[in-house]
Design a protein. Structure first.
Ligand SMILES: *Cc1c(COP(=O)(O)O)cnc(C)c1O
Length: 394
């Protein structure tokens, strides 16, 4: 059976009433017949049937052993880091999501966890920085916002050989395009705020454990730390996932069309999209996410300045200026001053997040309408750059 079919039928109907939609169990506790004798639930931090339906669904989607739903993507990432102890080390991708960087650097470094960053697009770089203290390798693929693609199978082999855990943030690809556990990863995390929820109407995160042992540890951490997702938002993520396969297909086809258009524009120095043949990791992307390359496209403006980037992101009409991605409406953002403002400028630039970099989340509007919107905004960028050049000559 294809994933789109399995996905829909992994969502249970309610055995008690036949309700085809998953009921929202808005309750804090569950009546027990005698102490410890219950119908599978005792207290809703430990387990809630609506959340459980979502957790089972994401485990199925990611070919994992068990799933865990959290109040945000960062709460999900936080739960994974809590598998570590003081003295342990994380090896992470260098253009890691800004919020994950802030959590690693400003919370976990203080608590005695060391983090080193490297360009994981070459698996040899990962092998070179491992030490006996390394416990966890942290990848995002494709990464945010420069769409770097790392070879998950190759890095999984290095992780296994060194007895290190591999966690992949699969937010950008979604399980429709890429299932890291099938490629050898131990753990997958998602910001379900993005494609899984898919409607820009909630904040949520999930962790999927590849083995029973990791599942038991993560279940303990989820209950002990308590950053769970509530039943209503669990219901909304399930409802979002019902259309995930369809949405991702459209995001991929419009993403590719937009990337190809942008590639031909003189105002743009570089287009970052794994589906373009000149993307440095295109061959790995083809093999690793055969279903498509997603809906996120980043561009480096030829005039690499905050001024031009600001002009561009305030000139589009359909693409709305906002943090986040993966919703029905197209969004764009300026990572240097928005999502990555927590990353120090030198490290940000070194990881390829230039001042003139703009990230687009290509939504579900008609692709031709989106292209026209980008064309008119680029024309305004060109006029602005020409005017600035004249002023500086005069
Ligand atoms: C948004 C995002 C996160 C953080 O998720 P929240 O739901 O905002 O907490 C983590 N990783 C990636 C790749 C993201 O895009």
């Amino acid at each position: 059976m294809q994933l789109s079919t399995r996905l829909l039928h992994a969502i249970p109907s309610d055995p008690q009433t036949g309700a085809i939609a998953v009921p929202i169990y808005q309750t804090s506790t569950f009546i027990q017949e005698a102490p410890g004798v219950n119908l599978g639930y005792d207290y809703a931090r430990s387990g809630n049937p609506t959340r459980q339906a979502l957790e089972n669904l994401v485990a199925t989607l990611e070919s994992g052993h068990a799933g865990f739903a959290f109040a945000s993507g960062l709460a999900a990432i936080d739960a994974v880091v809590k598998l570590l102890s003081a003295g342990d080390q994380i090896v992470a991708i260098d253009d890691i999501y800004g919020g994950a960087f802030r959590l690693f650097e400003h919370v976990y470094r203080r608590l005695g966890i060391d983090i080193v960053y490297c360009d994981t697009t070459d698996a040899a770089n990962v092998a070179a920085v491992l030490t006996p203290r390394t416990r966890l390798i942290w990848l995002e693929s494709p990464s945010n916002p420069t769409l770097k693609v790392s070879d998950i199978s190759a890095i999984a082999a290095i992780a296994k050989a060194n007895n290190v855990l591999l966690c992949v943030d699969n937010t950008f690809a979604s399980p429709i395009l890429q299932r890291p556990i099938e490629l050898g990863a131990d753990i997958v995390v998602h910001s379900a705020t993005k494609y899984l929820g898919g409607h820009s109407d909630l904040i949520a995160g999930v962790v999927v454990a590849g083995t029973a042992e990791l599942a038991a540890q993560l279940k303990f951490i989820q209950n002990a730390s308590g950053g769970i997702l509530g039943p209503f938002d669990s219901f909304l993520v399930i409802r979002g996932i019902e259309t995930l396969a369809l949405r991702v297909k459209q995001h991929c086809s419009s993403g590719l069309a937009v990337a190809k258009f942008l590639q031909a524009q003189p105002e743009i120095a570089q287009v970052f999209y794994p589906g373009l043949e000149d993307h440095p990791n295109h061959a790995v992307a083809r093999r690793q996410q055969p279903g498509g390359f997603g809906g996120i496209v980043s561009i480096a403006l030829a005039d690499d300045s905050v001024e031009s980037a600001t002009r561009f992101v305030t000139s589009t009409r359909l693409f709305k200026l906002a943090e986040s991605l993966g919703g029905p409406k197209s969004l764009l953002c300026h990572p240097a001053t928005m999502t990555h403002k927590s990353t120090p400028a030198a490290q940000r630039r070194a990881a390829g997040v230039a001042d003139g970099l703009v990230r687009l989340s290509v939504g579900l509007e008609d692709a031709e309408d989106l292209i026209q919107d980008l064309a008119q905004a680029l024309a305004l960028v060109r006029i602005g750059a020409e005017a600035r050049a004249e002023v500086s000559v005069a």
